[in-house]
Design a protein around this ligand. Structure first.
Ligand code: ADP
Ligand code: MG
Length: 207
């Protein structure tokens, strides 16, 4: 048995994290929850292949973290191996945003409590910011992934039937429902092609 070179490990791990629409949605929602969001909006177009957008009202991303937010192995959640023993967040590998940048075109709009207005950043496939402009959103972060798997024809092929796409949509709804159940305070809305098909409100339905 041989140990893989670091570069190979990097490539393997990225293609492992993000292999489906539901895995993109899961990573983005977990980032929102890690940022203390109480409201999350998930919007898909064409089953997520044209667009996946997750908007939260969480802490936002600090100006100092912007240049590396989507560069692999940068994370604000741990800083040394010992931190792994006391994890309080879903994320800690610093891989998700970088992996999503590898398989789609990513825009991130964010505003912290300290910022006067939100800013939209466009990222390239390596997760680096290529441009930015002021925007009008409130506090929190919106991650938009366009043209998913545009460079991975085999992945797209896997979803070439409507049946597969519908199965994937169902998995996403189940996932959101599960977060709604474990986080009763969370308001979570799911929209596919402008049609709202799932709404988990913070208002308790039973007492
Ligand atoms: P990880 O979650 O393992 O740290 P990610 O690639 O998912 O890695 O995210 C990288 C970093 O970007 C996070 O550590 C966090 O600082 C920031 N980030 C990502 N999404 C959000 C969000 N929705 N709100 C605030 N910060 C975020
Ligand atoms: Mg994460």
């Amino acid at each position: 048995m041989k140990q893989l070179p670091a570069e190979t490990v990097r490539l393997l791990s990225s293609s492992q994290v993000i292999t489906s629409v539901v895995s993109v949605v899961k990573e983005l929602i977990e980032n929102s929850l890690d940022a203390n969001a109480t409201s999350i909006d998930v919007k898909l177009e064409n089953y997520g292949f044209d667009k996946i957008e997750v908007r939260d009202n969480g802490d936002g991303i600090k100006a100092a973290d912007i240049p590396v937010m989507a560069v692999k192995h940068y994370t604000s959640k741990i800083s040394c191996p010992e931190d792994l023993e006391s994890l309080t967040t879903y994320g800690f590998r610093g891989e998700a945003l970088g992996s999503i940048c590898c398989i789609s075109e990513v825009l991130i709009t964010t505003k912290t409590a300290a910022d006067d207005f939100s800013t939209q950043y466009i990222l390239d496939s390596s997760g680096h910011v290529t441009s930015q402009k002021p925007s009008h959103l409130g506090q929190g972060t919106t991650v938009t992934a366009l043209k998913l798997f545009k460079n991975l024809p085999v992945r797209k092929q896997f979803y070439s039937t409507v049946k597969k796409c519908k199965e994937e949509l169902k998995k996403i709804q189940d996932l959101l429902m599960a977060y709604g159940i474990i986080k009763p305070e969370l308001r979570i809305i799911f929209t596919h092609n402008k049609c709202q098909s799932f709404k988990e409100d913070s208002a308790p339905t039973k007492t």
